[in-house]
Unconditional design. Structure first.
Length: 134
């Protein structure tokens, strides 16, 4: 079972402008920018209490974030829940009837291993499971 909400992912068209907006909104600066080449995305993280806000901007036109923005516009992209054992949790979620986008975990941003549940099985909410890398 997920331990807690780890972060909220927000798809943005312009990372520089969005960072300025969220700095003003949250009263703090981004603590990290990181590119995930395999996903065609650059991320920027803010920490508010125990939760992080992850801004996601596409680095290529065919990336999942670019496709999301084209289809739905900027906004909340996913909810990420912290997992103690992502491999076991993926198997459990699959047994419970949740559709998996990722059959096995993959490398993500912020020193995490990640996997996604398909929104068709989670009331149209993209759910990410994430686990800190050892």
């Amino acid at each position: 079972m997920p331990k807690k909400l780890e972060h909220i992912g927000i798809a943005v068209s312009n990372l520089d402008e969005s960072e300025k907006l969220f700095e003003k909104l949250l009263g703090t600066t981004s603590y990290k920018r990181e590119e995930v080449l395999s996903e065609g995305v650059i991320t920027s993280f803010f920490k508010i209490g125990d939760i992080k806000i992850e801004l996601l901007a596409a680095t290529k036109a065919d990336s999942p974030i670019a496709k999301f923005i084209k289809k739905k516009g900027e906004g909340i992209h996913h909810l990420a829940f912290e997992s103690e054992n992502i491999t076991t949790e993926l198997s459990d979620m699959n047994k419970k009837g949740f559709a998996l986008i990722n059959e096995s975990p993959k490398n993500g941003a912020d020193n995490k291993t990640i996997a996604f549940l398909h929104p068709k099985s989670t009331n149209s909410v993209l759910v990410e499971l994430c686990q800190e890398k050892s």
